[in-house]
Design a protein around this ligand. Structure first.
Ligand SMILES: NC(=O)c1ccc[n+]([C@@H]2O[C@H](COP(=O)([O-])OP(=O)(O)OC[C@H]3O[C@@H](n4cnc5c(N)ncnc54)[C@H](O)[C@@H]3O)[C@@H](O)[C@H]2O)c1
Length: 351
């Protein structure tokens, strides 16, 4: 493939940033957009000078100008639209979270294999420069054994626009954990280089959105007064096969000191690391009192472009390895499902 022509399913808030990313690639472009809401599709098409605009996804999938489809719609529709796109011959990059369940995710992977179409989930936090630097260092083994990790994203008032699909379980599957928890969970597994969990104990809470509190306002869908019945705080302990443990914590809304606090912290036997921003913690000489906190991490990002769409397009054009594989995304989905099950049963879930 010499160039990649993208079609967008969904012309909501995140699609605007995604179109900007694709425009910066000299061999990729957005040639078609679709949204159930015609004005939104038109607005995105006008802003980025996009040729085709549709309201029916089937028309975009049938469009011969489209090579690859980016799907950015409410989570309920992720898996079905991804499989339809691949059956129509298109490669797919899907927004997070992968699906509403492990069974849905497995079906997407089956269709990807059956059709031979490339499939990836666009986990953009893996692509930021700091994540890439720490990943490059962790891959050399310099951290030693990574036996513990903390991944957290706490927002004080960060619930997407209240009344929209984000807060509704039937449309979103889950709340904070599906929206922002998924990013840092994925990033944590990626930087640890460990996608082999064996058990999960999780708990979720709904304490703010159901009272009309904690709104941050993300999203451009209309508020249709859907019920808020998803988590606005979630936590999980994830045990890995090699004995390592991950502590995941996330909130859309909570009474906390900082309005926004996020990080992935890796605890290695030789060094520690954190990602937002990238830092390293180590002692060179055990007899020297000075402990080293390295603020300017001097590693080269593994992917110079630091962009999920560039990675996906380059993969199709010249075989650049895809950073986010379907199998890794499936493991993340299994952990999300396990958190929900553990919350229901009050017990730890074996994977
Ligand atoms: N990677 C990230 O950092 C990131 C950030 C925000 C959102 N997201 C993900 O992107 C997706 C979209 O989020 P958003 O923030 O753009 O939401 P949004 O509410 O701003 O926009 C959603 C759009 O989808 C349209 N839509 C609804 N159902 C549709 C359907 N069946 N077919 C076509 N269009 C449909 C709506 O009309 C709306 O324009 C979600 O899955 C979300 O989790 C990812």
């Amino acid at each position: 493939m010499k160039e990649v022509r993208f079609g967008f399913i969904g012309s909501g808030k995140i699609s605007q940033y995604s179109a900007e990313s694709i425009q910066k690639h000299n061999k990729a472009s957005v040639v078609a957009v679709q949204d159930l809401n015609k004005e939104r599709a038109d607005e995105l098409a006008d802003k980025f000078d996009i040729k085709h605009r549709f309201t029916d996804s089937a028309d975009l999938f049938a469009c011969p100008d489209v090579d690859a489809v980016y799907i950015a719609v409410p989570n309920k529709f992720h898996a079905s639209l991804a499989t339809e796109a691949m059956k129509a011959g298109k490669h797919v990059i899907l927004e997070k979270p992968f699906a509403m369940s492990t069974a849905e995710a497995e079906e997407v992977i089956r269709v990807s294999k059956e059709t031979g179409r490339v499939f990836s989930v666009g986990m953009n936090q893996r692509f930021n420069e700091d994540s890439q630097k720490i990943k490059a260092i962790a891959d050399t083994g310099a951290l030693g054994e990574i036996y513990y990790a903390k991944a957290y994203w706490f927002r004080r008032e960060g619930i997407p626009k209240l009344g929209t699909w984000f807060g509704n379980k039937a449309l979103a599957g889950a709340g904070a954990i599906n929206d922002i928890g998924v990013h840092l969970l994925d990033l944590c597994l990626h930087t640890m280089g460990n996608f082999d969990p064996v058990s999960v104990f999780g708990t979720t809470y709904t304490k703010f959105g159901n009272r009309g509190l904690g709104e941050g306002g993300w999203g451009i869908s209309d508020a249709t007064e859907t019920t808020f019945d998803v988590d606005d705080l979630a936590t999980a302990m994830i045990k890995m096969r090699n004995g390592a443990t991950i502590c995941l914590e996330v909130s859309w809304a909570a009474h906390i000191k900082d309005s926004n606090r996020m990080d992935v912290e890796l605890f290695g036997t030789e060094m520690g690391a954190s990602l937002y921003p990238s830092k390293l913690y180590k002692r060179n000489d055990p007899h020297n009192a000075d402990y080293q906190v390295i603020d300017k991490v001097a590693a080269k990002p593994a992917l110079e472009h630091c962009d999920r769409f560039h990675n996906f397009a380059n993969h199709l054009i010249d075989g650049e390895p895809l950073l986010v594989t379907a199998d890794e995304a499936l493991v993340v989905q299994k952990i999300l499902d396990a958190v929900a099950e553990s919350t229901r049963t009050g017990k730890s879930v074996d994977l």
